[in-house]
Design a protein around this ligand. Structure first.
Ligand SMILES: Nc1ncnc2c1ncn2[C@@H]1O[C@H](COP(=O)(O)OP(=O)(O)OP(=O)(O)O)[C@@H](O)[C@H]1O
Ligand SMILES: Cc1ncc(CO)c(C=O)c1O
Ligand SMILES: [Mg+2]
Length: 276
């Protein structure tokens, strides 16, 4: 059997819990072949862990995308894109490819950083990425931005936001209540244009969860490439990332990454689903 090939168009997180490093580790856990077109480099100040984000020149991204498309990815995922120009280029990469699946993780802020990377990016994501997305994976804040509804605090508001994001072209929407929604459980809402399904696991420690969002979207992409339906893919991805969070670890006084291999090597967490 030939390996499924997945391209991530994403940034580099030097600490390697999030970003393209999380994507590659996750693709490997699923025995898929990961490739990268790098958009930006994130370095952290060792004294404060403040993030320093440097976008790469668009010509350099272009060359990487050409290389990766010549290899023929079965699925493409996007992570941190950083500028409107890069967002447009990532959409074109999917259009120019023969990939069957396009998973958009609409990264707007990094955990622990309140500042939106670039406000104009939201409009570019709505214009270029949502119409092509097989699955889009916003967190609560990003879903509020992509829907235009602003702050979301209830499941009913998440449903409204999912409907608007679906109308904007994304075929499958999963809004991660996860860390941000006030609840004893970790709740995500999935919408396929017909049915709203709540995905639930226990809520585990949240001190060492760096990279959870990237890992969730990467696991979704791998599951799609391996032949699961979008619904099955997001359910599997949620179990995968819940295990990774439960077994996250302390890296230093500022941050702790998820353990990307925990689902396969330590413990498999079950996910429950309910129509709402
Ligand atoms: N404490 C927790 N316990 C269990 N699952 C969690 C917890 N926190 C988040 N999750 C799950 O992890 C996944 C990612 O959610 P999260 O809210 O961390 O995304 P994100 O904000 O995009 O993360 P990141 O900042 O890493 O990009 C979701 O499936 C969410 O439900
Ligand atoms: C490269 C890169 N991509 C995505 C994210 C968001 O989790 C981060 C957060 O730190 C990051 O560094
Ligand atoms: Mg995220």
């Amino acid at each position: 059997m030939s390996l499924k090939k997945i391209l991530t168009i994403a940034g580099s997180d030097t600490s390697a819990g999030a970003g393209m490093q999380a994507d590659l580790k996750t693709f490997q856990e699923y025995n898929t072949y990961g490739m990268v077109a790098l958009t930006a480099v994130v370095a952290m100040d060792p004294e404060t862990w403040g993030h320093d984000v440097t976008p790469l020149p668009i010509e350099l991204l272009d060359k990487q995308i050409k290389t990766a498309l010549s290899i023929g990815p079965d699925a493409i995922k996007t992570g941190m894109l950083g500028t409107e120009e890069i967002i447009e280029r990532a959409a074109k990469a999917f259009e120019d490819s023969d990939a069957a699946f396009f998973v958009v993780d609409p990264v707007m802020v990094c955990k622990g950083e309140d500042e939106v990377l670039n406000p104009g990016n939201t409009d570019a994501m709505i214009k270029y990425l949502l119409p092509l997305a097989t699955v889009v994976t916003p967190n609560l804040f990003e879903a509020g931005q992509l829907s235009g509804l602003g702050k979301l605090t209830t499941i009913e508001q998440m449903k409204e936001a999912a409907k608007i994001i679906h109308e904007r072209g994304a075929k499958h929407v999963i809004i991660k209540g996860g860390k941000a929604l006030e609840s004893d459980e970790a709740l995500d809402l999935y919408y396929d244009g017909e049915t709203y399904t709540l995905l639930t696991t226990d809520k585990f420690q949240s001190s060492y969860n760096h990279g959870a969002g990237c890992t969730f979207a990467a696991a979704t992409t791998a599951n799609l490439a391996l032949g699961k339906s979008p619904r099955e893919a997001v359910i599997a991805a949620k179990g995968f990332v819940a295990s990774a969070i439960k077994h996250g670890w302390k890296m230093n006084e500022f941050v702790g990454p998820v353990q990307h291999g925990a689902y396969n090597n330590v413990e498999k967490i079950e996910v429950t689903t309910k129509e709402v």
